[in-house]
Design a binder for this molecule. Structure first.
Ligand code: FE2
Ligand code: FE2
Length: 486
């Protein structure tokens, strides 16, 4: 009888344990994988970086990947990569009045390395010891040859849950409209307040059922920090990127990324100095060295991604940090032309604008070739001597009128410098200095095929075309074949 009593007791213990582990709501260490992003991390043909958040009960950081051969992943024989875990900075930060306190969370980072170029993989991130995994996602490694496409959008920047849904819908529509896009470049202002973790959760976490979570599981991000992400460590913790060697990363990050024949430079506008508004001399020196090294290495295209750009057409175009004696237009824009930067992606000013090729503050005449694309004509500027600047309005809600205080001659520097189309819908009832929020969003699809860059700008008007994107602008740049070295 003693044996059976002990046996029964053991069975009861096993049942209690099993109920704790397996019954919903009674898991021993319930862990939710949250806020997953995939980023470039070093060599884009072989490596990816991953970031995610969990409760502090998960201390492991595991990524599993398996090559995509069918529609569903089987992680049985997946390759496992182990990363690192830390308590997130926002866990210890007060959000101030009006926002919920930040949760205590671990932030996890890991890299998948040794991947095959031009290949699509399934992945999941989580904690192998706890058996807690994210939903599966996919990513592609950079190809060694051929054309590629990507999306450029900016300023998702939601102040409310509904605005996060709106920004997420823009991202989803962009991925549907540019189905071959291999990544998304975002020029900052991801959220409205970087230290409010809830806002990150609204955009792509588990907080909302129909936000950008699914989109971000299916693409790779090339992020810049906006001024709304300058809070301590906010930018660096949400994205697993490789900052420039020895560079500070508290307010954001500057770094470069090679993808096929393009050298992308991401700048951090959240620095400052007497010499350069929004930058330190160290960042500017790095920029010069980095561009020259990329040209020497034979990259055909240099594209800069920055939040507070020098050539936009709305409120911020006349800010002191742009037009002052040490401002970005005054001090940094001339450098871009000198360094032979082809294209500058900008955010921050929440309006659509596209410049002519600019050098030393003036438009440079250039030969153009006209072709037909999407049933419309498209002009390709041929080997321009200057740098072209573009800002794709916003992917989210907030919009600005065109600048009314600036000398109107300034707009002659632009190919497109229209009043914001949201202005036709009247002023924002809560702020008459701005057009109505939430009406108009934009994004761009860009394809680079050797010496030819083609950019198509899409607009979403919530009252037109069933809120589906339509083309409002398209342009291109062509280089002489002889300049190609890759
Ligand atoms: Fe913004
Ligand atoms: Fe901004």
């Amino acid at each position: 009888m003693g044996f059976f009593r002990r046996f029964s007791f053991t069975i009861v213990l096993i049942c209690v344990f099993a109920s704790l582990v397996f019954l919903p709501g009674h898991t021993l260490a319930a862990v939710t994988i949250n806020k997953v992003t995939v980023t470039f991390h070093g060599d884009t043909t072989t490596t990816k970086g991953f970031t995610w958040y969990t409760e502090t009960t998960s201390s492991r950081s595991d990524v599993q990947i398996v090559q995509k051969t069918g529609s569903k992943p089987d992680f049985t024989n997946a390759i496992n990569f182990v990363g690192r875990t830390a308590l997130s900075t926002n866990s210890s930060v007060s959000t101030g009045t009006g926002y919920p306190p930040n949760p205590r969370e671990n932030v996890h980072k890991a890299e998948a390395t040794g991947l095959k170029p031009g290949t699509t993989y399934f992945f999941r991130v989580g904690d192998a010891a706890l058996g807690a995994w994210s939903e599966p996602g996919t990513f592609q490694t950079a190809p060694l040859h051929g054309a590629f496409s990507f999306i450029f959008l900016t300023d998702t920047q939601a102040k409310e849950k509904d605005e996060a849904i709106l920004s997420s819908q823009t991202i989803a529509k962009a991925l549907t409209t540019v189905p071959r896009a291999q990544f998304i470049v975002l020029a900052g202002d991801w959220v409205d307040t970087g230290k409010v973790e809830t806002q990150w959760d609204w955009l792509y976490g588990n907080a909302l059922p129909d936000n950008a979570k699914a989109s971000f599981l299916q693409t790779t991000l090339l992020p810049a920090a906006g001024n709304h992400e300058k809070d301590t460590n906010t930018f660096m913790e949400h994205f697993d990127i490789v900052p420039a060697a020895g560079s500070p990363t508290t307010t954001g990050a500057y770094y470069s990324t090679n993808y096929r024949n393009v050298h992308f430079i991401t700048l951090n506008n959240n620095e400052n100095s007497a010499e350069y508004a929004d930058f330190t001399p160290a960042q500017i020196q790095w920029l010069k060295n980095d561009v020259r090294a990329a040209r020497a290495a034979g990259y055909d295209w240099i594209i800069v991604n920055m939040h507070k750009g020098p050539y936009t057409t709305s409120n911020h175009a006349t800010d002191a940090d742009i037009i002052g004696p040490n401002g970005v237009r005054t001090m940094v824009a001339p450098l871009f032309a000198e360094l032979d930067v082809d294209l500058v992606f900008q955010g921050h000013d929440h309006i659509y604008a596209r410049s002519k090729p600019l050098k030393a503050g003036a438009a440079v005449p250039a030969k153009k070739v006209t072709e037909l694309l999407n049933g419309k004509s498209i002009e390709y500027t041929v080997s321009p001597e200057g740098t072209i600047y573009v800002i794709p309005n916003t992917a989210g809600a907030k919009v600005y009128y065109r600048n009314k205080t600036i000398d109107p001659n300034y707009f002659n520097l632009f190919e497109v410098a229209n009043e914001h189309p949201a202005a036709a819908y009247g002023a924002d009832p809560a702020d008459p200095t701005r057009p109505v929020r939430g009406q108009i969003q934009n994004f761009m699809g860009i394809t680079i095929e050797g010496a030819k860059l083609t950019a198509v700008t899409y607009e979403i008007d919530q009252s037109k075309n069933n809120a589906q994107p339509y083309i409002v602008d398209q342009f291109g740049i062509m280089k002489k074949k002889s300049s190609l070295r890759r």
